[in-house]
Design a binder for this molecule. Structure first.
Ligand SMILES: *Cc1c(COP(=O)(O)O)cnc(C)c1O
Length: 391
């Protein structure tokens, strides 16, 4: 039908700009070695930091919950879809985070959507780091509050924005804890200090810090010993925690208000009980097996050092996310494609996600990569990096 022709035209335009990406399909489990489109490769592209997607305790918990409670929750949380196991997870999360309360939403994305819209309105000001995640940006778009964006991690820029916001009813500062494209950590102590001075509310998105930073992977607030000084901690249960979901940790009043106002919470069905059970098991594993977080950091240091020694530009990374900056978008995609041919899956990322001249492949090592696997990857990087003139 002619009225739908625009679909093909838009797709053609993407292909022309080399932005068209077919999905890569995994044929088995999400582990350090995966089968993608029939080819066995070592993946450096998953957020499965601790290898929990296939952990026996998590698998077991999911199966047991299915036998006990079935496969669906049957309703949104606010009508009939709150099961005891949902609240058990939230109590456990609050304990883990050292906050009064926690609320679980369908995903990290909807958690950001739900929180930002619920606590800001006309007359308020939201101040956001320029490299914050898309779900924060979209959450801000849905709010009627005014907004300012400060240059990445620039505390003088944040201070200036705070100065300019003095007329606002409420000020909310939002930052990623760990930034997903560069792997650098937010200067949370400085942000908190400024926020306290200006009476601003602080919110940190720990999607890439939960299970990674802090004692037992408690996140960025624990990493910087800022307990009680960050008002809202958002995060995901779908990266290091291996399953699915988003959470908000903070005061009891925050939780109560979100239950009444957060639109994804009010209008979208809650998790199947097996998902809640899996997340509970994940939190148990974080407590019982701290060696997983240690191994993650061991591997991250080893791999990052290896890349640097080979002469690659790994940017400002301080975490298991290590970008390998190639230069142009075309070169980054070529690097990714050649690595794949050599048996290593590292996603190429270019404009508009990152500036064109900082196009890169992004690598994420996990606790479950063996040293042999990391050496294999480093050898592939060396071979392909020389071939393409990057090193
Ligand atoms: C991945 C991510 C999210 C979204 O989490 P999901 O659970 O996948 O929806 C939100 N914020 C940041 C910073 C992220 O990296």
């Amino acid at each position: 039908m002619a009225k739908m022709d625009f679909l093909g035209e838009e797709l053609d335009a993407l292909k022309e700009k080399k932005l068209y990406r077919p999905l890569r399909v995994l044929e088995g489990e999400q582990k350090s070695r995966v089968v993608i489109n029939g080819k066995s490769v070592i993946t450096l592209s998953s957020n499965n930091y601790l290898g929990l997607t296939t952990h026996p305790k998590l698998r077991g918990a999911a199966k047991e919950a299915i036998d006990k409670y079935g496969v669906g929750s049957g309703s949104v949380r606010t009508i009939a879809g709150t099961m005891a196991i949902h609240e058990e997870l939230e109590d456990k999360l609050a304990g883990f985070k050292h906050t009064e309360a926690a609320l679980v939403l369908q995903s990290g994305f909807t958690a950001n959507m739900g929180v930002i819209g619920s606590i800001t309105d006309e007359g308020d000001m939201i101040i956001s780091d320029e490299l914050n995640h898309a779900s924060i940006i979209d959450g801000i778009r849905l709010s009627k509050a005014s907004r300012k964006v400060y240059p990445h991690k620039d505390m003088a820029g944040l201070k200036k924005a705070l100065e300019e916001s003095k007329g606002a009813r409420r000020i909310l500062i939002i930052t990623d804890g760990v930034f997903s494209m560069d792997g650098d950590i937010a200067p949370l102590p400085a942000i908190v200090e400024l926020a306290e001075k200006y009476g601003a509310i602080t919110m940190v998105d720990d999607a890439h810090s939960s299970g990674v930073l802090g004692r037992n992977g408690r996140g960025s607030v624990d990493h910087f010993s800022l307990h009680g000084r960050v008002d809202i901690q958002v995060g995901t249960l779908s990266k290091a925690l291996g399953a699915l979901g988003g959470y908000v940790a903070g005061s009891r009043n925050l939780r109560d208000l979100l239950i009444h106002k957060a639109r994804p919470f009010l209008f979208s069905t809650s998790h199947p009980p097996s998902v809640a059970a899996t997340c509970i098991a994940a939190l148990d594993v974080l407590q019982e097996e701290p060696q997983l977080v240690e191994r993650l950091w061991d591997n991250a240091r080893y791999f990052k050092e290896g890349l640097k020694k080979l002469g690659f530009n790994t940017g400002a990374s301080e975490t298991p996310i290590t970008p390998v900056i190639a230069g142009s978008g075309a070169l980054a995609m070529r690097l990714s494609d050649r690595l794949f041919a050599e048996g290593v899956f590292a996603q190429g990322i270019g404009y508009p996600t990152v500036p064109e001249n900082k196009s890169r492949v992004r690598t994420i090592v996990t606790a479950s990569h063996t040293k042999d696997e990391l050496d294999f990857c480093l050898n592939a990087f060396e071979k392909v990096g020389k071939e393409l003139g990057i090193i």
